[in-house]
Design a binder for this molecule. Structure first.
Ligand code: F6P
Length: 562
């Protein structure tokens, strides 16, 4: 789609939002006191998620204007364009079809999704079936290593979207992992990563998954070669590998599988194409956990669990596709982010899961949101007309409370925060008579209250505080939060949560008029690393070609390294 994006800042809704912002005095205390229905009014459900937006700095008018903004920038049309496979990834001339990865196969006689002459439904379900079959074989012990032992450890080698989604979901769904199976994740080209992750492994029971959309990523291919070398050396050390090329090839065939869109390159690496699972260029790396890139997860939690995970995504897709904007949670949360960034001046956005198992969720969201919307030009190449992509960050509660919440409560910056929790604990432990999960969630609820309503100087004084330290103990309140509650962190609920944030990201991209599906910003550094590498390795000519700072850094490194 090469038509110019509608410039949101020129719409009447934007002008009205600007005027509304200057008229509005944030007053969550007053708004809640004046309207007993406020929580109900601003709370919505999407799938199994209960989403309370009421502690944001919004009124009904704000939401009405944001909804009008969505209309004026053509959100509905863009959404339709995405779901039907138009090439909305303009700079790469690609469709954006991660939503097709979780579509159920149409009933006999019903139309399939066909895009660019590809029967997308047919191809997706063929790979889903192959993935399930392979996962079953590993889980049952039918798939063995060269010495006939079943797999006990799966090591996923990948980076970015080929790592963050799988590791985030594996940790989140750890209670669903089959006993006797473990998945580890190697991503960093720092050799420490592969060295530490393989240090205590038995090569005979280890299966490597090389996960790379392009199969050209320096980190992943380097780590895959290191892992292959480790496999050969340690099998040989255990007397389990003859010193022949055939034996080495057999070892790779039994201990390495791949996931990629570039199956020819998989074969070049020495992995049997029969052991490779494909996906397509219309799946962005950061949108790929629900493709074959999720193989490690499918092995860990089983094909049924993986299908439930995909079902959760689909539930949220259907909500996003069909709910009116006034009840459409991804649309409302995306628009709220626009309000926070472009009108209230927020520069960052905290994501605070009150669920230890969502430990890697903020990191996952960093790639999803920042690689998608960290752009300065729009999809027609023109400069953006407003701030874009806010910085996402976070840590699981309550650890964050004892680290950075001070700044959110009393600092000078406005930091919108999403609090996320689940009613059922994965581990229902009691401390005497106290249900520890209840105590944990009391912290979530208390924090959002404190951020919203603060503490006035009079309230501080009423506690008998010495006047000299009253200012330091005042909380201004009016610090916006969104509360997301789910019943339990099941595969389906996790799928819903991830799809929710995918669509929030999309909505923001539409308002900003940017292509949320390319990532040219990571290319320059990658290219320069390859140019700098010879200088680091000792090539005098390459060293001489560096700028003075880079040259001195390399020389200092070389001197320290010895
Ligand atoms: O960081 C850039 C990027 O292209 C991401 O978008 C992607 O998830 C990651 O590198 C890994 O790429 P690949 O899966 O092709 O190895």
């Amino acid at each position: 789609m090469s038509t110019a994006p509608i410039d949101a800042t020129t719409t009447t809704a934007w002008a009205d939002l600007t005027a509304h912002h200057s008229d509005l005095t944030s007053d969550l205390r007053g708004w809640f006191a004046a309207d007993p229905q406020r929580a109900e009014r601003f709370t919505h459900r999407a799938g199994d998620l209960y989403v309370d937006l009421s502690k944001n700095l919004i009124t009904e008018e704000t939401v009405a204007l944001l909804t009008r903004l969505a209309d004026e920038v053509g959100l509905a049309g863009r959404l339709d364009a995405m779901f039907t496979g138009e090439h909305i990834n303009v700079t790469e001339d690609r469709a954006v079809l991660h939503t097709a990865l979780r579509r159920p196969l149409p009933e006999d006689g019903d139309a399939h999704l066909v895009v660019d002459d590809q029967d997308v439904d047919e191809d997706v379900h063929e790979v889903r079936a192959a993935l399930a079959d392979f996962a079953d074989k590993v889980r049952s012990g039918e798939w063995t290593g060269v010495t006939g032992k079943r797999v006990e450890t799966v090591v996923n080698i990948g980076i970015g979207g080929s790592d963050l989604g799988p590791v985030m979901a594996y940790e989140a769904l750890e209670p669903y992992v089959q006993d006797g199976l473990e998945v580890r994740f190697v991503s960093n080209i720092d050799p420490t990563d592969v060295a530490q992750k393989t240090a205590d492994l038995d090569p005979e029971t280890t299966l490597f998954i090389v996960a790379s959309k392009t199969f050209g990523t320096l980190e992943t291919l380097t780590n895959a070669r290191l892992a292959r070398e480790w496999l050969w050396t340690s099998l040989a050390g255990a007397g389990a590998l003859a010193d022949t090329d055939d034996a080495r090839r057999d070892a790779v065939a039994k201990h390495f599988v791949a996931v990629s869109t570039a199956l020819d390159k998989v074969a070049d690496f020495g992995i049997d194409p029969a052991n490779a699972f494909g996906f397509w260029d219309w799946v962005g790396g950061r949108y790929s956990v629900d493709s074959a890139i999720g193989l490690s997860l499918a092995i860990a939690i089983g094909p049924d669990g993986f299908e439930e995970f995909l079902g959760g995504f689909h539930t949220m897709d259907e909500h996003f596709r069909t709910a009116p904007i006034s009840e459409n949670v991804p649309a409302l949360m995306g628009l709220l982010n626009i309000w926070n960034v472009n009108f209230l001046g927020a520069e960052t956005h905290a994501v605070l899961p009150y669920a230890q198992q969502l430990n890697r969720f903020p990191a996952y969201l960093q790639q999803l949101t920042m690689e998608s919307n960290g752009k300065s030009v729009r999809w027609d190449g023109s400069p953006v007309t407003s701030q874009t992509g806010e910085v996402f960050w976070g840590e699981p509660g309550t650890n964050g409370q004892h680290a950075f919440y001070q700044l959110i409560h009393q600092g000078t910056r406005l930091i919108p925060a999403d609090f996320i929790a689940f009613a059922q604990p994965a581990y229902p432990l009691a401390d005497g008579d106290t249900d520890v999960h209840g105590l944990f969630l009391a912290n979530f609820f208390a924090q959002t209250k404190a951020l919203a309503f603060g503490k006035t100087a009079d309230e501080v004084r009423a506690e008998g505080t010495d006047e000299s330290i009253v200012p330091a103990r005042v909380f201004s309140g009016n610090r916006p939060t969104t509360s997301i509650l789910g019943p339990a962190l099941t595969p389906a609920v996790l799928g819903q949560l991830v799809a929710l944030y995918e669509h929030i990201t999309f909505v923001q991209g539409v308002v900003w008029g940017i292509d949320s599906f390319d990532q040219w910003g990571v290319e320059l550094g990658k290219k320069l690393a390859l140019e700098v590498a010879p200088a680091v390795a000792g090539d005098a000519e390459a060293l001489a070609a560096q700028d003075s700072s880079t040259k001195a850094l390399i020389e200092t490194y070389q001197a320290l390294r010895g």
